[in-house]
Design a protein around this ligand. Sequence first.
Ligand SMILES: [Zn+2]
Length: 116
Amino acid sequence: MKQYTWSCHCSAVTYEVGLDLTQPVFECNCSHCQMKGFLLSFAPKSDFKLLSGEKNLSEYRFHKKVISHLFCNICGVQCFWYGEKDGIPTVSINIRTLKDINLLELKKIPVDGKRF
Ligand SMILES: [Zn+2]
């Protein structure tokens, strides 16, 4: 596990969360992930720290409306979103918002989100 600082494209929204990027990330084909092209990973919300841009976050909810999708209202990039996994508050991380990363080097696991 390594600590990283992440940001949206315009850098108004910055955040810190540790992830082990030697582990595979997820590539999902649900209607939302497909359009936004997410590669994603998960962390407990307690390990997540928003450093800047709280006032720049706009929210989008759809389907059962239980997941809070947050995007930068300046550049439009969605860095992360809040949900819950087995009753534990969880943050999903948009792996593409880590600037110093070579996406081609990541291992990816396909997720068939379209089924749900
Ligand atoms: Zn931005």
